[in-house]
Design a protein around this ligand. Structure first.
Ligand code: SAM
Length: 274
């Protein structure tokens, strides 16, 4: 018997006994989740930022309809940016990570007077269309020609969107143009995400807003899309007096492995005068 077979023999009965316990613990944890309390918490987090969550939710639903698919990509970044569109009037916006372009189009719609610059990796890059480069080991994630044609058509139907195939790391050397609002949503893993945040802060006007996706406050055992380093990077910039930041909840329902400690956030930072 080889090593793998021996391991399987040992682990299978242990796994069979522990799985039901783990599952019922997970069910118990989810049963403690309260939708109304979570919405109240989100409203308060928005209020601290001078935003109205209920109005933002209504605004997003008017534009896109209700989101009934709990696995959809649509998260609270839609409500957050909608809320910001009611508070601020940015002239120039940068999105790091275009993907399908749906969110770029959303930004161009809610900020009709702004120029939206959006960048993504080259279509030939094997990490293209994925936010977690360290999880890409096969070509399973391959994007079809139709996906790309749809994305390009979507982006070109808005005259206030400018798309470039550009690795965000190139921002370090190529860019000096300033923005009023930057949405950091490219590679969510370390170190790229920390470089993206640092570059975004360099390119942000004083008083401008940086929004960064998939922030965890605590170390995660399960590594999904996002990590603790984004949070720690923001904390260091805050300590150095460059920014002040707050967090809003990323989703208002329990994700598959829900646990208050593994709650994901979206960060909103204001660039201070220094
Ligand atoms: C989560 S998706 C972006 C989703 C989109 N911003 C939205 O709000 O729906 C992440 C995107 O970042 C892109 N990306 C990953 N690393 C990047 C890098 N170094 N530079 C630019 N884009 C990158 C991926 O190709 C992918 O399309």
């Amino acid at each position: 018997m080889n090593l793998i077979a021996i391991r399987r023999r040992i682990w299978r009965p242990i796994y069979a006994k522990t799985q039901p316990i783990i599952k019922s613990f997970r069910r118990w944890r989810i049963s403690k989740f309260s939708q109304s309390e979570t919405e109240a918490e989100q409203s308060e987090r928005f209020r601290v930022l001078g935003l109205d969550w209920r109005e933002s939710r209504k605004g997003v639903e008017n534009l896109l309809g209700k989101d009934l698919d709990i696995f959809s990509h649509r998260s609270e970044h839609y409500e957050l940016l909608f809320g910001i569109s009611k508070r601020d009037k940015p002239k120039k916006i940068l999105e790091i990570g275009t993907a399908t372009g749906e969110f770029s189009v959303f930004l161009a719609t809610i900020f009709p007077d702004a120029k939206v610059h959006t960048i993504d990796l080259s279509r030939l890059d094997n990490r293209f269309w994925n936010a977690t480069s360290d999880l890409v080991t096969t070509n399973d994630w391959a994007v079809s020609k139709t996906d790309l044609e749809e994305r390009d058509a979507r982006l070109s139907s808005f005259s206030n969107i400018e798309f470039r195939e550009l690795n965000s790391l190139a921002l370090t050397f190529q860019e000096s143009e300033k923005y009023d609002l930057i949405w950091v949503d490219g590679d969510h893993t370390y170190p790229v995400v920390s470089v993206d945040i640092a570059n975004a802060l360099r390119l942000l006007e004083v008083g401008g807003t940086l929004v960064a996706d998939d922030i965890y406050e605590v170390a995660q055992r399960r590594r999904e899309s996002g990590n603790q380093e984004s949070y720690e990077t923001l904390v260091q910039f805050q300590k150095a007096g460059f920014i002040h930041f707050n967090l809003v909840l990323k989703r208002l329902f329990p994700e598959p492995y829900y646990n208050r400690r593994s709650q994901k956030f979206i960060a909103v930072a204001t660039r201070k005068n220094n």
